[in-house]
Every structure is written in C-alpha cells, then in structure tokens.
Design a binder for this molecule. Sequence first.
Ligand code: ARG
Length: 463
Amino acid sequence: MTAKQTWSQRFESALHPAIARFNASISFDIELIEYDITGSQAHAKMLAHTGIISPSEGEQLITGLEQVRQEYRQGNFKPGIDAEDVHFAVEKRLTEIVGDVGKKLHTARSRNDQVGTDTRLYLRDQIHQIRQNLREFQTVLLDIAEQHVETLIPGYTHLQRAQPVSLAHHLLAYFQMAQRDWERLADVYRRVNISPLGCGALAGTTFPIDRHYTADLLTFDSVYANSLDGVSDRDFAVEFLCAASLIMVHLSRLSEEVILWSSEEFRFVTLKDSCATGSSIMPQKKNPDVPELVRGKTGRVFGHLQAMLVIMKGLPLAYNKDLQEDKEGIFDSVNTVKACLEAMSILLQEGLEFRTQRLQAAVAEDFSNATDVADYLAARGVPFREAYNLVGKVVKTSIAAGKLLKDLQLEEWQQIHPAFAEDIYQAISPRQVVAARNSYGGTGFTQVKQALITARTQISGES
Ligand code: ARG
C-alpha cells in the first residue's frame, strides 16, 4: 500500500496510508517543480565547481534534471502521492534517469534550504507578473481618466455628496493606490531575493560549499547570514501577503464603487453585457458579478495573511513542518490577485460606460457647492467661520423652500451679505467649483491635466 519513503531505512514499519496523505505536500507543491529543478541545477553546478563532486557528475545531474523538466512539461512525468513532496519527486525521477549519480544531488543540502529557495524563486517570478498586471490596470485607469478630465462626478465624504470632482481625478486616486502597490512589491522583492541555499537543515554543512556561487547563478542579491534564520524565515511570505492584501483592499474599494454606481440609486455607469450577468428568476436583472467577486475574494487573501502570521507565531527555531503550510496560501493569493487585477482591467476597459449626462445632472442638483459660497465670502474678507455659519443658514432655508443655491436671486444673496455680486452664480457652477480647486493635488482641471502627464511618465518608465 504505502510506498517506501526516502527516509524509511531508519524506520521499523511503513507509514500509515492516511498519515502519508496527511504528510504529503506533492498535491500543491508541484507548483514549484520548475523552480526546484532550477535550484537543483545551480546546486549541482556548485558541487562540481567546488570539487565536492566531479565535473562529469555535475554535468550528468544538470542534464538529467533538464530531462525531468522536459518530461514534466510534456506531461510524461506526473509524480504521485508516494513522492511525499516535489523535492523527493524530482530527486527520485532524476535517479531513475541518470542512475546512482542522482543520489549525489542532495549532498550538502537539506529540503529545508531547498524549499526556501524554491518558494523564493517562485515568488520572484510572481512578483514580476503581478507588477505587470498592476501596470496594465494603471494603463486602463489612465486611458479612461484622460477621456474624462472635464466629466464631473459627485465627490463624497460619509457617502454624502460633498464636493464635485473631475472623474479623471477620482480614477487617478486608484492609479495612485496601484502605484504604491507596484512600489511596495519592489520593496518586498528585495527581501524575497535572498538565498537560503546552503543553510542546510539548520546549521550549515560540513562540505566546502560556495553559497555565493549558487546565489549568483540564481541571481539572488545576497545570502542569508545565519543558517537558522535562513531555513526558518518566512517574513518575506508575510510581507508578500501583506502587499497582496493591500492590492485587494484597493480593488475591493473600487469594486464597491462600481457596484454602487451601477445601481438604480446612482445610475452613474452602465454595465455592458460582456461583463455583467443575469438572474435566473428576475428577467430585468443585470448584476455586477465581477466587482462583487473581486470584493468577495479579498477575504481569502486577508485570510492567508492571517494564517501565515499565526503559523509563525511561537514557532521555535529552526525548520518545523508547520512551514509546509505557507505554500497553499501563497499560491492562492498569487492566483487570486492576478485574476482580480485582470478582471478589473477588463471590466474598466470594456465593461463599463460612464453615463455622462446623468453625472452632469447629478452635480447640478445638490448643495455640494456650499463650500464655494463660504469660500467666496472668505476671499472677500469675511472670516471663514462666519461665512460658513451664514451659508449654513442659507442651505437650511433653501432646503425648506425647495430651492438650490443657484436658484437664489441676487437680492437674496445680498440680503445675506453685501459682498455678494453677480459673479456668485459663476462661482457656484459645478464646473467652476471643480476648476477652482487648483491647489497641488486637487481636482482643478489644471492640476488633473498635470497629474495625468506625471502618471503617464510614471508608467512609461522601466517596470
Ligand atoms: N515539504 C516540505 C515543506 O514544504 C519540505 C521540507 C521538509 N523538511 C523536513 N524537514 N521535513 O516544508
């Protein structure tokens, strides 16, 4: 029933089949196979380079490992549960291919430094890909923002109409979040890109290995300075999951807005058929499933971050099998973040249409220009708090009279304060309200146009 384990010589009896299944990670760490092979090829090269094995043995190992890679890619090598994990699976297949020399591969190495190496190589690639996805997402945001500098949308605080803003400005807020995500991943990368290879099981090795040599071959920036730390550190995983969680926070916030905007209550966007779904019972429904799924999937990435922190808490040095639990959360987070970024990019690019007429009407029918009346007086020498109180009263009486500020006659304005003149109407028009917020980083059109140029430059740089 149970296959012989690599370490079975030391044991009297075979592993219980259920325990073998419980212990095995091959069902998920197969994801690491190509990185495992690459790491092993570097290790083999180093063993030959340092004279620990002969040059020809090194060559046989490297070529044999390449064959394992090809067999895997062609679907001819499918390790089963008996392999326990991807590291044993590759070593076993290698030995079948190259014979006894395959048994030399694991000299001066442990699965503990090996799995740490594989996970880092995997994450390096994934970080590159996610940063690419972020760039695509930013490009889509920017493309839409550029078309909507002059489109106004209500801006909210407390989800109450506050002050109108340029739609481009609103979208650029998400661009900035994605920019931080992009930068944060580069920073995480710096601590992912450190080699634990050669830390051995925990204490280093008796062989004259060259850790810098393997680190260079695998293009790691540096090597762990302490072998115990090297095999048991998962800070890089926590940091990655934290960065992934923040990406999801940002996508989830945008999702929530799209969901609101597409509702009958807001009617700011129309969902196009390519990115919306229907109901099985209500024929009129067109549902925002894409942003809802993104919002929902956020929970699992947060969960993986929490799980990783709990796995690490109280873990004694050095390697403990608990660490095998790091992988599924990392893999799932990577896949989730990539899928969500892609889906949101498509949704923005071709699944949404802003209802510009409706937006135009929305910003004209509220009191979101009240601050501008107060600013108008303050700019004419009335202390701001006094102006604020005056306008507060005007808003109150206008609401009672069923009027908007633009409906007040000039005489009414002048009864409130003699500083009001004909130009008050222009000052409180939605367009002027937005245009006037020309402070750095504000929604004024001049600022937004400048921000768009800066954003274009930011993403056209190296990625
Ligand atoms: N499958 C293991 C993991 O993912 C590999 C390392 C096993 N090391 C050990 N000492 N049992 O962590």
